[in-house]
Design a protein around this ligand. Sequence first.
Ligand code: SF4
Length: 505
Amino acid sequence: MPHSPLARENCDVRTVFVEPTFESWRLQARRLLQEGAVPAEVFFQTEGTEQNFFPGLFENVTTPASLDSSASTLPKLRVPADFIALAETVADHRDERKWDLLYRVLWRITHGEPHLLSMAIDSDMRELLTMEKGVRFDSHKMKAFVRFKKIEVQAGSGITDHYVAWHCPDHPIVRRVAPFFERRFRSMNWTILTPDHSVTWNGQELVYGPGVPISQAPKADDLEALWLTYYKSTFNPARIKLKTMTKEMPTRHWRTLPETRAIQDLLRESPERLLKMFQDQPRSASEFFPKLPEGEKATLEDLRKAAAGCRACGICEKATQTIFGEGPPDAQIVLVGEQPGDQEDLEGRPFIGPAGELLNRALRDAGLNRPGLYLTNAVKHFKWTPPSDPELTSRKRIHQRPSASEIAICKPWLSAELSLLRPKVLICLGVTAGQSVLGKTVKLGEERGRFHETAWTAHTFLTTHPSAILRMMDPDLKKAEYARFVSELKTATSVLQSPSPQISA
Ligand code: SF4
């Protein structure tokens, strides 16, 4: 619904202008709360979006407060941290009603409804959560669908490469998402252009600028051709589902993705490609191992770089990046999980999502120091599927367990890591890790908590995966399983003090 002042025409309404940032709104909201301004008397408007349908109706106007000058003089509000996080996200929504809505919810929380945030059926909360979901989803799409094109720019007396991408998000989310690209592409100079804002990484800092119309976006270039070739080489006609693809990659993004221009051609070629693919399909990740001069042995770093380009199985098609193991090359203890999760896939590191947090806690409780351990996964890409009913879950990517053949195809990476590491203790977290390391189907209930002998160490140990504990609904069972997990971590690593563990046949 467009924002209209009509509903307020009988009220003594004050228009409060804010800059388009959470900080600016927060400052004004604190002021208004301090003055006791009830939500019905206030109309927030982002500066530069004025729609004065009825000149003179809103003469009582407050301009944006200077953040520097006055923020410190206002008393601090005590509101739940969850509200701040929610408000920071909603502030990036395009709908101008967000400011009024946020103020209304803030007012209610601070005026007798401290538990409002947990009332998902409340109409204000519902609207706020829908906006939050929209911004999160849009941010995820931007992370997944931005494609850079290489252009050459003059730098001093020489020419240097600069990477440019055009993207058209639903919401003004450039500042929200830019730090993700900074972490991922620190070594390149790049610019992302959107209709709202632009951002440039110059190797030292993020520099924000105004939006740019699509007519000024860079034309086709080397990088585009490269991307097209890459996409053609990874296109899998056996898996293409146009309906799912349209859902996951909204058609408005297609014009900026070079690979979508190839789809029709590729689909026409599908029967032949399918046959060829069946004949040609790599059956092992080892086909992507680094090619080194004879006699030279690959290091963990060589393996990590090579694994980044692995396309041996289909999982990589929907994943963002390869997540290789992490930790010191002389680690005595290695932990192997199943596969990276949603957060790991986006951030590029293993065990940093909710399961990773639980693992960190368990490691601490078991007296272990995570930085001294090497953590990796049996499968190096995130396998996921969209939810069957998106209304029932806020998660857009549902974890899928890798198949036995995918575990086998990916195993050379794990074997190569373990052969270099030669750990004293090798801990398999869950059945997938156990299956990969032990080379057989594993029954966790029967085989956990004991040592097994493998090619890498006699002290190979099987326990549960932290995500299995997270999924447990019963709090008592969850607590007991966590305690068992910590106890098993202690048992597994006790061999570092005692040289003769019980080995199972
Ligand atoms: S999951 Fe493993 S085998 Fe499959 S593409 Fe990724 S790294 Fe390669």
